[in-house]
Design a protein around this ligand. Structure first.
Ligand SMILES: [Zn+2]
Length: 454
């Protein structure tokens, strides 16, 4: 009897969903997301119990186990792990003290991910401040040899798009070490790429060029970058004692977590929604990118709970190792190729958890874009109006070769770089309502793309 009642109930739920207008389904998605606290609990857990979950760490594996269960509870038909080769890098003791005729100045620093270390004794050297690589080339080896190079170009705060501003400064962090090592520098200290002026350090990955000596790379808080610059102007003979005892170990294995709801009509076609599960070792990884993972799990939960049966298979993916070498996204695409999967569309949420503005669409021709832009009307009631050409994300980009539609979730981002890659990226910095407006927007977009075959 109970079985019959359950079947009847489920059937009626499905029938209700089918008979509902798309506007009503979207409304029910928003209503549920804004009144349910599952996502908040997931984000809180990831932030407080798997803090510092950089790929290769025990915390990352903890996050893998947790989100696997979360996907099962959300109602995914199938949940599994994909093995991902990842680097294993660990931070060590860190200290930076400038000694000048003004006295001693201790700086707030943080090693860059994958950086080689100074060893426990550290290095002592004079400091040369530069703002860009051209300046480095101009002053050359005579000045730079056996010095510590200080890259101090701030993010241009007049650039309104904060991601563009960041992109204009982050070359110092990514490539500064190899550029300086070309001229015999001993180490580099890089101003944190952020629009904020505070004492938090914003770390990130360093990429070494082949055939150039690998030298230690650290970043410094924007506030201390300003002070360091002033002290250096006052006494150019100041000596910096820099300790960054981080280490690179052998590569290891971690995992992507995948959960799906099988499609009712085209199960062999896939729509992926994802975020990255790894976060920098100094962060709780709320905005970057625990929230993107939670929003992806929410898509599964909302579909399941509201009885939305997608035509295509909808997959939530927690990508591993976006921050260091992006192997999670590569493994996911390689598996897709091996299994001859048709990837219809993929959406990535990795721009923080502020209120949703809209979506950017990449890898689509004008005809497809025109149809996608027509979906805007479903989102206007929720204040979501930006439907733009161009978009995607680093973890879904390897799917581009299958002609997969790339969708970037776009929230408001003026405050994002106050948190990004820093100890300031905590659960407390998230407004859960804003995150959930995003979850609902993402789930709604996937529902509509599937429904209208866009
Ligand atoms: Zn991220």
């Amino acid at each position: 009897m109970r079985f019959i009642i359950t079947v009847f109930f489920s059937l009626s739920l499905i029938l209700t969903t089918f008979s509902q207008e798309p506007e009503e389904v979207v409304k029910s998605i928003f209503n549920n997301a804004l009144t349910d606290n599952t996502a908040e609990e997931h984000l809180l857990y990831l932030c407080k119990n798997t803090k510092g979950r950089i790929a290769g760490s025990e915390q990352a594996l903890h996050a893998v186990r947790y989100t696997m269960n979360a996907l099962i509870e959300a109602g995914a038909d199938t949940v599994w792990l994909q093995e991902v080769p990842v680097p294993h890098w660990e931070r060590g003791n860190e200290l930076a003290v400038l000694r000048s005729r003004l006295g001693a100045l201790e700086l707030t620093i943080s090693a860059l991910g994958l950086s080689v270390g100074t060893g426990p004794a550290g290095v002592n050297a004079r400091v040369v401040e530069v703002h860009n690589f051209e300046q480095l080339d101009e002053i050359g080896r005579d000045v730079i040899y056996e010095k510590i190079v200080f890259f101090n170009r701030p993010v241009d705060n007049t650039i309104i798009n904060t991601f563009s501003g960041y992109a204009g400064a982050v070359d110092q962090r990514i490539s500064g070490a190899s550029e300086a090592a070309k001229y015999g520098a001993l180490a580099v200290i890089v101003r944190s790429p952020t629009q904020a002026m505070h004492d938090f350090v914003h770390t990130g990955v360093v990429r070494y060029k082949d055939n150039i000596p690998r030298i230690p790379a650290v970043c410094v808080s924007p506030h201390d970058a300003e002070i360091l610059s002033r002290w250096l102007k006052n006494d150019s003979q100041s000596m910096l004692h820099l300790v960054s005892d981080c280490r690179n170990y052998d590569d290891t294995i971690s995992y992507n977590v995948v959960g799906e709801i099988r499609g009712s009509e085209k199960p062999g076609e896939y729509i992926t929604v994802g975020g990255h599960l790894d976060a920098w070792d100094i962060c709780e990884g709320a905005h970057d990118d625990g929230g993107g993972c939670v929003q992806s799990i929410e898509t599964i939960r909302l579909f399941h709970e509201l009885g939305i049966k997608p035509h295509r298979t909808v997959r939530a993916v927690m990508f591993m190792n976006e921050e260091m070498t992006s192997t999670g996204g590569q493994v996911y695409a390689a598996e897709a190729e091996k299994n001859n999967e048709i990837h219809y569309a993929a959406l990535e949420s990795d721009r923080g958890l502020m209120s949703p503005l809209g979506f950017g669409f990449g890898n689509a021709d004008d005809k497809r874009l025109k149809k996608l832009f027509q979906l805007e009307k479903y989102f206007k009631p929720y204040g979501i109006r930006y439907f733009e050409r161009g978009g995607g994300g680093s973890d879904i980009s390897p799917l581009s070769k299958f002609n997969t539609l790339q969708i970037g979730y776009i929230p408001e981002t003026q405050r994002y770089f106050w948190f990004h890659h820093s100890a300031n990226d905590t659960f407390e910095q998230v407004n859960i309502r804003e995150m959930q407006l995003g979850s609902a927007a993402i789930a709604s977009l996937i529902y509509l793309i599937d429904l209208y075959d866009l």
